[in-house]
Design a protein around this ligand. Sequence first.
Ligand SMILES: Nc1ncnc2c1ncn2[C@@H]1O[C@H](COP(=O)(O)OP(=O)(O)OP(=O)(O)O)[C@@H](O)[C@H]1O
Ligand SMILES: [Mg+2]
Length: 358
Amino acid sequence: MSALESAIWSSLPMPSFLIDAEDRIVDANPAAEQFLNLSRKALADSPFFDRLAIDAPLDEAFRRVRVDQGALFINFVDVSGGNAPPVQCNIQIAPLQGIPGHVLVTVEPRELAQRLGRAMSVKSAAKSAIGMAEMLAHEIKNPLAGITGAAQLLSMNLSNGDREMTDLIVAESRRIVVLLDQVEQFGNLRPPERKVLNIHDLLDRARKSAMVGFAANMRIIEDYDPSLPSTHVDGDQIIQVFLNLLKNAAEASGSKGGTIRLHTFYDMSLRLRSADGTPLRLPLQVEIIDDGPGLPPAIAADVFEPFVSGRENGTGLGLALVSKIISDHDGWISVDSVPGRTAFRLSLPQAPKEDHGA
Ligand SMILES: Nc1ncnc2c1ncn2[C@@H]1O[C@H](COP(=O)(O)OP(=O)(O)OP(=O)(O)O)[C@@H](O)[C@H]1O
Ligand SMILES: [Mg+2]
């Protein structure tokens, strides 16, 4: 390594490992030494999978990187080294240019996502499922486009009866694409870009868009506290949260419709302590309350987990995305559900007084 190269290697803030064709550690940077609490010397030549316990089938990922000579990204996996408790990480694996079989692995702890601790965090099996699903989603889309295109070509020479079959292929493929998009959206969520915003403006935008679409047969009542101070959030992401909750409420009520109440109020009593000890105050409360049948008891405890759905065509990603966005905002979400009344409650931070929305 040249002096510059070695300076870059030492300065990389993410724990990084150089791995040979037999999955042994050739080199580890200082961030990796710190992450594992082991010296570079102690790590050298030891099998990578003996040093790190990773909750994802990474050996398969290594194999693919070596064969395809392309980088792979796997998000939301639990990684632990030595006796330390597992840390949620994003992992990047890249082929090392010019040295066959060697790969570069960087492990990036996702500290923000962890700050609110276990209560809202996605369970580890589900997390690695999402990492793998994200990878798969990307891979499936291309051949799927080929299948759809071929079915469309085929349909041109078919009788009406047979065309029903090709139409079915096209329609079902579209459904898969929508699902894959959702999986990818989940993995690609960017950190919130916070601004000082009025919660009622965000609720209104979500309400209007819901009323012309999926909630057309619902009655939506606004029960707002007009004196509610501004919040400090990523508007697009919070609107997405409101839309997902409104959509669930509308879907639970079914074709006969129902009533949704949007309730906002101020409550100073909710205080949380984040994992690093900083106290968090979440005085702004938003409740989205419907009069539908309530959460299905069998899944009530797990509705925030990905891929948990009580609906025939549900992907189960709506509430997982909601809980991830709220946790990225250092907020809190809870649900209280009995038949006839389901209330999702969001607790959000108040905008700092000196911040004027720049
Ligand atoms: N307001 C509600 N009333 C009754 N059940 C609900 C309500 N909101 C969510 N649920 C239940 O929780 C499940 C999980 O919701 P989630 O939004 O995560 O997934 P989904 O709606 O099934 O699929 P997706 O949102 O990905 O299309 C739903 O399938 C439904 O059974
Ligand atoms: Mg949903």
